[in-house]
Design a protein around this ligand. Structure first.
Ligand SMILES: C[S@@+](CC[C@H](N)C(=O)[O-])C[C@H]1O[C@@H](n2cnc3c(N)ncnc32)[C@H](O)[C@@H]1O
Length: 278
């Protein structure tokens, strides 16, 4: 990328948001991200498909929520905008939907701003640069944008994000805090990398990927099915419950990458679920 580097962008380390963008075929990344991404793909080529599968799940989840009448979303760790952004999918079902994006990577935030300036509506869309671990502050800032109405249910999206937090970040506590702040009838949509029940084939390559992320300064914290399910404490799980990502309300036409796991969904190495706050 030759465009000016937004303030605060760390080009000394590869960054998860920009690496993910590269996995997805985007252009919002720098040489340091691409070199790291290429090393990971060399170690475990399936990662690019896994990223697409994660993005397809996000799309199915938002479409499902929108079809249930959810018209406002808070997308935590939203990443670099790419095809199928939450506000676009929500609008395609319910025109006039609302969405606040949150990320701590300045490039992701800068690109989200540009996209929203071009295609968004400031009354209905906003992006915040912030650390999603601080639930009270993020919630307060999200409400201050005027985009979200705290008296109506919100779709809280934390997709492909929670594995960046170790227990020291107290992820169960901050997710529970968001749950407490959300109005009743709100939802939590999430997915999470795991090794629990994943085929042994490829396990040493996946372990190498984890050590590559560890040395890049962004360790991955995999969780078991039971540990992932704990994030939904206080929510009622929506059918089909906690399942492999490609199996969450599959939609063959809208999820071509997920079809690559049709014979062995556990090879996707990630769980997905949706919960509703009673
Ligand atoms: C793998 S990407 C997922 C992007 C998007 N949710 C998706 O599913 O396509 C993870 C995102 O989480 C963001 N992130 C990581 N730690 C964060 C934090 N403490 N606060 C806000 N965002 C964070 C990263 O910058 C990155 O954009």
């Amino acid at each position: 990328m030759s465009e000016p580097v937004p303030e605060g962008v760390d080009l000394d380390h590869p960054n998860p948001a920009r690496i993910y963008d590269w996995f997805l075929g985007g252009t919002t990344n720098w040489a340091i991200d691409r070199e790291f991404g290429a090393k990971v793909v060399e170690t475990f080529p399936l990662v690019r498909t896994m990223a697409r599968v994660g993005r397809e799940f996000l799309g199915r989840g938002v479409r499902h929520l929108a079809s249930q009448g959810i018209t406002q979303f808070l997308d935590l760790g939203s990443g670099v905008p790419t095809v199928g952004n939450v506000h676009e999918i929500a609008d395609s079902v319910n025109p006039g939907s609302r969405c606040v994006y949150v990320d701590n990577e300045p490039v992701a935030v800068a690109h989200s701003r540009v996209l929203l300036e071009r295609q968004g509506d400031p009354a209905r869309h906003a992006v915040l640069h912030g650390d999603l671990r601080h639930a009270d502050g993020i919630w307060e800032r999200a409400l201050a944008t005027g985009v979200l109405d705290p008296s109506r249910p919100v779709g809280l999206i934390v997709v492909n994000v929670l594995y960046f937090f170790g227990d020291g970040d107290r992820p169960y506590d901050f997710v529970a805090r968001y749950r407490d702040l959300l109005p009743s009838g709100s939802y939590l949509l999430s997915s999470h990398l795991t090794e629990d029940g994943v085929p042994r084939e490829g396990s040493s390559e996946r372990a190498r990927v984890r050590s590559q992320y560890q040395s890049s300064g962004s360790p991955l914290h995999l969780r078991t099915r039971e540990e992932f399910t704990r994030f939904f404490d206080g929510f009622d799980l929506v059918e089909p419950g906690v399942v492999w990502v490609p199996l969450w309300q599959p939609d063959v036409a809208a999820s071509p990458a997920s079809e690559e796991f049709a014979d062995e969904p556990s090879a996707s190495s990630a769980f997905a679920a949706l919960g509703r706050k009673p």
